[in-house]
Design a protein around this ligand. Structure first.
Ligand code: NDP
Length: 285
């Protein structure tokens, strides 16, 4: 890249770390340094009522794109020119690409999860149980379904949100989808091949929190993935390992959503090991 490029990150608040240690900023800047890119990724806190100004500013200043996080992921859509297909289905945008003055909304959370998942299993034809129906769960569910998963069972505490997500998957993707109420000591169906925690249970500082399911229903051979990045070895990861499951931590999703963003903004296929190493340093792995 010849011209210096700026990236706007609209504050992320879910990692419970000081802003200076914002993991997304740190891992992306580590990649820029490693690859000698003349670019910066900076974190700007934008209040909801100034979001439109911030987006117009990014365009005016010639930024090549930006990430945005809660509470802007849905609100940003009305300031964009177009949405990528999966972002349109998910109904949320965490990454914007500015090309020739046009702003395109992407959702790289789901793409990042899918890339990480494919490093351990191809979801095509698989039966998936997904805990959660919030923003991360929507992204994971849509991408996994579009990647050919046979079925998704959505387990969520709030039944309305859970049903809304299973209805969305059934209507907009080829996968079968059903909502299952999150009853106490939930039993993961025996034929499940992939289990995903897309809730915030286990996120720092609640590091010992457990998902309420019957532990013996985790079987050897199942793939168990967690979206929670901090700490990377969540209680779920430890429990699943102890039961002989293949595990996938939340750093995989975080690294890969970063790689997708960097590729969309700069065209560079960055080295994921550099991003992961920086995150492991921050999270003390
Ligand atoms: P949301 O607030 O949108 O959704 C939270 C989800 O967690 C909901 O399904 C909610 O259920 C559920 N939940 C929270 N607490 C409980 C509880 N005590 N018992 C049962 N269910 C609970 O958050 P996000 O989807 O944005 O984030 C979820 C997690 O994903 C966070 O830990 C975040 O750090 C992580 N994340 C990781 C990324 C990565 O790259 N690794 C990227 C994006 C997010 P209900 O609907 O019933 O309230």
């Amino acid at each position: 890249m010849n011209e210096p490029a700026n990236f706007l990150s609209i504050l992320t608040g879910s990692f419970a770390l000081p802003a200076a240690e914002n993991p997304t900023v740190a891992m992306i800047e580590a990649a820029y340094r490693h690859h000698g890119l003349d670019a910066r990724y900076i974190n700007c806190e934008v209040p909801p009522d100034r979001l439109g100004d911030a987006v117009r500013g990014a365009r005016a200043m010639g930024w090549v794109g930006f990430n945005c996080s809660i509470p802007h992921k849905i609100a940003v859509i009305r300031h964009l020119d177009a949405l990528a297909p999966s972002a349109a289905i998910i109904g949320a945008v965490n990454c914007v690409v500015i090309r020739e003055g046009r702003l395109i909304g992407e959702n790289t959370d789901g793409q990042g999860f899918l890339t990480a998942l494919r490093s351990v299993i191809d979801p095509a034809g698989r039966r998936v149980v997904l805990f959660g129906a919030g923003g991360a769960a929507r992204a994971v569910a849509v991408e996994t379904a579009l990647a050919g998963a046979a079925s998704l069972t959505i387990v969520n505490r709030d039944p309305d949100r859970g049903r809304e997500l299973s209805d969305l998957i059934a209507a907009k993707t080829p996968a079968r989808a059903a909502y299952a109420p999150w009853t106490s000591a939930f039993r993961i169906p025996e034929d499940t091949e992939i289990v995903v925690n897309a809730t915030s249970i286990g996120l720092f500082p609640e590091v010992d929190a457990r998902l309420d399911f019957a532990p013996e229903t985790l079987r050897p051979g199942m793939v168990v993935a967690d979206v929670v990045p901090n700490p990377p070895r969540t209680r779920l990861m430890r429990d699943a390992e102890a039961r002989g499951c293949t595990t996938l931590d939340g750093l995989g999703m975080l690294v890969n959503q970063g790689l997708v963003g960097i590729r969309l903004w700069t065209g560079l296929a960055a080295d994921g090991r550099v991003l992961r190493a920086r995150l492991e340093q921050i999270f003390g792995v």
